[in-house]
Design a protein around this ligand. Structure first.
Ligand code: SAH
Ligand code: SF4
Length: 355
């Protein structure tokens, strides 16, 4: 029988497990606190549990679903990317910590690989391996929470912008969000969590009915169907008109602003005319456009736009009163742009205990 993965359990499921072991109900709360508030990495650390219970947990459950393989730190020391292997199949995922002023933002993965096939994206180029479980998603956050706790710091923001399409793995992604948001658990405010989607319309509609008010980012990258069909192939299934209607409905239902991601690619989607098309598409309402020059990947013909073209594009949007931010290319020297999590650089080889 496979051991129970503790991080895959809801608090109710943990209670039932412990009840089936004949343990009093408060033990489940204690263990929950150890997992999500004190970031225990093994049952031995749960020192206020009876020794016999710790031993049973160690024998019959598993706590840590990720094996850190290697890590890369950016030259300014502010960004760290860790590569993990997932037992039992050895799929690999990456998660990135970005320190910025007082923020400690984690960019985490929801799938090993991605099936959406966006040609400019390193994850898309590598194809799809499998969905992550809720425990594997949450474990990325706990891993960094442990490291930050040693420095008396904590995770302030989580963005689901790593490998994979979160809305293509909806149930596990949402279970992970609930675990992170749970006041008795990790306790991160929903507004400190942002989910980025390629634009899966049914998933956006489902999100609008959830009680957790997490931030939503939609990866547009093009303002016409003709171009978006090339850059974001799922656009053929959910074309812009349908996507934008789902976004408007989401904003009406939640009163929350949506961010649109737009990676600027030289000569592809970065002309002033295209800025006007984008302004026409998103309007000046509750929206916001995040511009980021493309992080070029080894296997794609697309290049990031030059600084001059980036500025001209931003100015054109601003003249049209579209709220716009230009994202810094943080961690570019370690290929840590979110969604671009495949190693091009020589990684330090071999397992590392403190990765
Ligand atoms: N699948 C989701 C979330 C992961 S990708 C999505 O597509 O939104 C996170 C973000 O990184 C997306 O906006 C994606 O378009 C962007 N991205 C992917 N490859 C990139 C690259 N090479 N340079 C800049 N942004 C990239
Ligand atoms: Fe998948 Fe997002 Fe990359 Fe597209 S950009 S291939 S949806 S991870």
């Amino acid at each position: 029988m496979n051991p129970v993965q503790l991080l895959d359990l809801t608090q109710e499921e943990l209670r039932s497990l412990l009840a089936s072991w004949g343990e009093p109900g408060y033990r489940a709360d204690q263990i929950w606190g150890w997992l999500y508030r004190r970031f225990a990495a093994a049952p031995e650390e749960m020192t206020d549990l009876p020794r016999s219970l710790r031993a049973r947990l160690a024998a019959e459950t598993r706590l840590e679903p990720l094996t850190p393989m290697t890590r890369l730190d950016s030259s300014d020391g502010q960004t760290r990317k860790t590569l993990f292997a997932l037992p039992p199949d050895g799929s690999q995922i990456e998660a990135v910590l970005m320190r910025y002023e007082r923020r400690r933002t984690l960019c985490i993965s929801t799938q090993a690989g991605c099936a959406m096939g966006c040609p400019f994206c390193a994850t898309g180029q590598g194809g799809f391996a499998r969905n992550l479980t809720a425990g594997e998603i949450v474990a990325q956050v706990l891993f960094y929470a442990r490291i930050l706790a040693e420095q008396e710091q904590r995770v302030t923001n989580v963005v689901l912008m790593g490998m994979g399409e979160p809305l293509a793995n909806y149930a596990a992604t949402w279970a992970a969000i609930q675990r992170l948001n749970d006041p008795a658990g990790f306790g991160l405010g929903a507004r400190a969590i942002t989910l980025s989607t390629v634009g899966l319309v049914p998933g956006i509609r489902r999100m609008s009915r959830e009680p957790e008010q997490v931030g939503l980012a939609v990866s547009l990258h093009a303002a016409t169907d003709e171009l978006r069909n090339q850059l974001v192939p799922i656009n053929r299934r959910y074309p812009l008109q349908e996507l934008m209607q789902a976004c408007r409905d989401y904003m009406a239902a939640t009163r929350r602003r949506i961010s649109f991601e737009y990676a600027l690619m030289e000569g592809i989607n970065d002309s002033e005319e295209q800025a006007h098309q984008l302004a026409d598409l998103v309007g000046t309402g509750l929206t916001h456009v995040n511009l980021i020059p493309l992080n070029p990947t080894a296997d794609s013909p697309y290049q990031g736009s030059s600084a001059t073209r980036v500025r001209a594009f931003r100015d054109a949007l601003q003249l049209r009163n579209v709220p716009t931010t230009l994202r810094l290319r943080r961690g570019i020297d370690i290929q840590a742009g979110c969604g671009q999590l495949r190693a091009h650089y020589n990684l330090e080889k071999g397992p590392s205990s403190e990765a």
